[in-house]
Design a protein around this ligand. Structure first.
Ligand code: NAP
Length: 541
């Protein structure tokens, strides 16, 4: 019996609904179609791309090598697409994802301007009822979330945000129309990876730019460059090796951890290696560094000192340089922003850094920003204030499972999942890159997870199984394993979106283990074993 027939007999509506038409949702749709299922993707935006549809802020680009970031599943696609830059900007990546959507004719199953606000599991029919913001309702056997990790943007809880008379915007919701900064007094609040990119770009043209910094970041150089035709041909010829290497590394990047420990080598060897990494493109300085820098305090202090020296060399005013050097966390314990001239921005006469730990922002006024020591006037305020990460996008959908239990309540002290894909008490809900997934080079992990989800659905359809659920014991064991895998990693002691902290969101002030830190190869091994044993660890009926 065809997979779609098996489902159509027992439920009206769709066989599968996918939430989100970003990198994960597009590929998941493509895979589910291969099963012959009736699938619908609901997407809030008016176009495909997810992260790369929304984040149009000045300077937006990724920190993964483009040629490791694209999908690997289609040889034809790999043959056809030429990347312009080693680290593509948002416009190029959005173009790429549109190209993919067209090539695989994905749009006909994507419903745009359709925000999912609720999803309720109905035991009687073993299906989900999905409610859109505009009131439309749909039913589906399988509900697949492809909502991304960083998609629930958060504004700061600063009084007066709505009173500002000038132009203001969160970077995530940047308008499609170009915004000009020439002659304008611009403020940026936030200095995470987004703020760093925005500040570097806006400083090029703004009349005056004021940066409001709460926590400085350990940024390192991106070293981006164009890809010429010859180089693209060489990359294309190497795709099999490139993707194979990404599968072997901890974070699915091209950069693999160096087997040496920083504390085992001589100071000269250490320094020379760090100089090399600092001069090379991409995440080598974070992902390809000595194996102990993210677990050993002494090793971490040494690399932090190395990067601090670089900041002091690059920023002319020593007082400003000191403000730009993080003091409350070590290098790599938060996500390292890669930059293209970020520190030099503070040598420009049109740029001022305000340390809001010294002079806190009191409120936004109709004309600008008031700190504890003065008022600033602005034409434009940019909020680069981040996201309610990982679980935020789930919290914004009212999801109820068996017996009406709420997912938000279940996860209030931290997510509980089986493999980061299933949740006990929420049958037929499957998550692609949900909580407890490993972070890293996103599309590499997406392809694996969406394939795994597709195989599980195929398995169920072929056996006329209509109810797939994680067991409570399985979810407890996996959640314990996720917590165990993070033990000893220095990042767990630091407040950041990676540990579930967002000071602008109620209930997100306590650190939790949000992601799997055992590395992608270990994650895949565990998922493969579950599939190889016929999913016996799940409850299937
Ligand atoms: P983020 O790292 O969470 O940074 C948010 C910034 O806003 C922080 O500096 C934060 O300060 C500040 N902030 C938040 N609320 C504030 C308030 N009320 N008052 C003052 N400052 C406030 O968010 P993000 O920069 O958007 O980056 C999130 C993640 O997205 C990155 O880590 C990365 O994984 C991804 N990203 C990737 C790329 C890329 O691939 N190149 C680019 C951009 C983003 P505190 O640190 O003190 O909280």
């Amino acid at each position: 019996m065809a997979a779609s027939q098996a489902i159509a007999e027992t439920t009206a509506g769709f066989d599968a609904i996918v939430i989100g038409a970003g990198v994960s949702g597009l590929y998941q749709l493509h895979k589910l179609r291969e099963l012959g299922l009736k699938v619908r993707v609901f997407e809030t935006g008016t176009g495909v791309g997810g992260t790369w549809y929304w984040n149009r802020y000045p300077g937006a680009r990724f920190d993964s090598e483009s040629w490791t970031y694209g999908y690997s599943f289609s040889q034809e696609l790999l043959e056809e697409w030429d990347w312009d830059e080693h680290f593509a900007g948002q416009p190029e990546t959005e173009r790429y994802l549109n190209y993919v959507a067209d090539k695989f004719d994905l749009r006909r199953d994507i419903q745009f301007k359709s925000r999912v606000i609720a999803a309720h599991y109905r035991e009687e029919t073993r299906s989900w009822e999905v409610l859109l913001e505009d009131g439309r309702r749909y039913t589906t056997r399988f509900l697949i979330t492809a909502v991304g990790v960083l998609s629930a943007a958060t504004m700061p809880t600063i009084p007066g945000v709505e009173r500002f008379h000038g132009q203001s915007c969160h970077t995530h919701y940047w308008p499609k129309e170009p915004v000009r900064f020439e002659g304008k007094r611009v403020a940026v609040i936030g200095t995470g990876a987004t703020g760093v990119q925005t500040i570097t770009e806006v400083a090029k043209t703004a009349g005056h730019l004021t940066v409001f910094q709460r926590t400085p970041q350990w940024c390192a150089p991106l070293h981006n460059g164009k890809i010429g035709n010859d180089e693209m041909s060489r990359i294309r010829a190497n795709f099999p090796e490139i993707f194979a290497r990404c599968q072997e590394t901890y974070g699915c990047f091209i950069h693999a951890t160096d087997p040496r420990a920083a504390l085992e080598v001589s100071p000269e060897e250490r320094e020379a290696f760090w100089e090399k990494l600092y001069s090379e493109p991409g995440f080598g300085i974070w992902m390809g560094n000595f194996r102990d820098i993210l677990v050993d305090r002494k090793a971490n202090a040494l690399i932090s000192d190395f990067i601090a020296r670089k900041i002091r060399q690059r920023v002319k005013d020593p007082a400003v340089a000191e403000k730009l050097i993080p003091k409350n966390h070590g290098f790599g314990t938060r996500r390292v922003p890669l930059e293209s001239g970020y520190f030099e921005v503070y040598n420009q006469p049109n740029v001022k850094l305000v340390d809001i730990t010294e002079t806190p922002i009191e409120c936004i006024t109709p004309t600008g920003i008031k700190t504890s020591d003065r008022e600033y006037e602005f034409d434009i305020i940019i909020y680069a204030t981040g996201f309610d990460a990982i679980t935020g996008a789930f919290d914004r959908i009212d999801i109820h499972g068996v017996g009406g239990a709420s997912l938000k309540d279940k996860w209030k002290d931290g997510p509980q999942t089986f493999l980061g894909i299933l949740v006990d008490g929420f049958p037929n809900l499957l998550m692609v890159m949900g909580p407890h997934a490993g972070l890293g080079n996103f599309p590499r992990a997406v392809e694996y997870t969406a394939d795994w989800v597709t195989d599980l659905i195929r398995f169920s359809c072929e056996r006329d199984l209509t109810r797939i659920e994680a067991t409570a014991a399985g979810a407890i064991a996996w959640t314990d394993h996720v917590i165990e895998a993070s033990e000893g990693l220095l990042f767990t002691e630091i407040d950041s979106w990676m540990t579930g902290i967002n000071r602008n969101v109620e209930g997100k002030q306590v650190r939790r283990i949000m992601r799997y830190s055992g590395g992608h190869p270990a994650f895949r091994k565990r998922c493969d074993a579950v599939a190889a044993e016929g999913y016996r660890e799940l409850s299937l009926a």
